[in-house]
Design a protein around this ligand. Structure first.
Ligand code: F6P
Length: 320
């Protein structure tokens, strides 16, 4: 039975994580549960680095980027001996349940703890939009907004100089940030891991834009880890009349005040996580599918990650 809930953020930080911590804390307190914030993800859980949270501990954090609890990646948490230390630390303060906010690595940690009898609920928190059991993750819309703002600025200068901007965005192995930002900024080319990188095709499209359509400038959005954007910009300069310029947006995409979509998502799913624990449920992850808050078995979600996403590639092909 749930009496005392710990909340942690793990993996890369994402705007909206603070709103989720706030929702979990307030929803838990409203149900008469105790709440502890755990610093630095699973690392803090193992180290017993906890702070008791009350209503005012989570005031004025909703609009802040990052996570006030801190976060970390801890591959060592896969070891059972390490998990056992974490469980001992939890029992020291009477913590019987956990809400973990992060990506699929975070969910795996929660799943392992569930097998050892700890009540755990996972919430999707990453800018990458690559969590199972949800259409959108906390942080995705804010990162998308940041990318769109930056690319709009690049377009101003690129258009003035007959250039081709090659912009690398984050996403790890998920192309959603590239695809959605490409659609929102009118990119001619979007390169994602889902569709792969075909250099010959990219070049022929740009040559066509340059020589046949007489485009004044061009924009290529590339998902990270697929191609060296500086080398690609050089090739574009050599094969077209556009001067290629590469920009890597980097960690700026992870910062900033969360947009309303992320605050709302974080608040709705944070409250749902506590509701599930109060009902005696565990081993689930919460997400948003067709504007409904749903809970999925965490193991099922990790093993068969069914992602219900709109087919935006068709739109891109027709509109780009
Ligand atoms: O998972 C979020 C993310 O920002 C990815 O998009 C990116 O590949 C990675 O984290 C960067 O990790 P780090 O902050 O450790 O450099």
């Amino acid at each position: 039975m749930t009496r005392c809930i710990g909340v942690l953020t793990s993996g890369g930080d994402a705007p909206g994580m603070n709103a989720a911590i706030r929702a979990v804390t307030r929803s838990a307190l409203a149900r008469g549960f105790e709440v502890y914030g755990i610093y630095d993800g699973y690392k803090g859980l193992v180290g017993g680095d906890f702070v008791k949270l009350d209503r005012s501990s989570v005031s004025d954090i909703m609009f802040r980027g990052g996570t006030f609890l801190g976060t970390a990646r801890m591959p060592g948490f896969r070891e059972e001996a390490v998990q056992d230390i974490a469980i001992k630390q939890m029992s020291r303060v009477g913590m019987d349940s956990l809400v973990v906010i992060g990506g699929d690595g975070t969910y795996r940690g929660a799943y392992d703890l569930c097998k050892k009898g700890i009540n755990c609920i996972g919430l999707p928190g990453t800018i990458d939009n690559d969590c199972p059991g949800t259409e959108y993750t906390i942080g995705f819309h804010t990162a998308l907004n940041t990318i769109v703002e930056c690319v709009d600025k690049l377009r101003d200068t690129s258009a003035s100089h007959h250039r081709c901007s090659v912009v690398e965005v984050m996403g790890n192995h998920c192309g959603d940030l590239a695809l959605y930002s490409g659609l929102c900024t009118g990119a001619e080319i979007v390169i994602t891991p889902e569709k792969g990188y075909d250099e010959a095709w990219v070049m022929s499209e740009l040559v066509h834009l340059d020589q046949v359509k007489k485009g004044r400038h061009a924009l290529v959005i590339v998902s990270e880890k697929l191609v060296d954007v500086h080398a690609l910009a050089d090739k574009i300069s050599n094969l077209t009349s556009f001067a290629g310029r590469a920009t890597i947006l980097g960690h700026i995409q992870r910062g900033g005040s969360p947009v309303p979509e992320d605050r709302l998502l974080a608040t709705r799913i944070g409250d749902k996580a506590v509701e599930l624990l109060a009902e005696g449920k565990s081993g689930m992850c919460v997400g948003l599918v067709k504007d409904e808050i749903i809970a999925t078995d965490i193991f099922e979600a990790l093993e068969n990650p069914i992602q219900v996403k709109p087919d935006l590639y068709g739109v891109l092909e027709r509109i780009a």
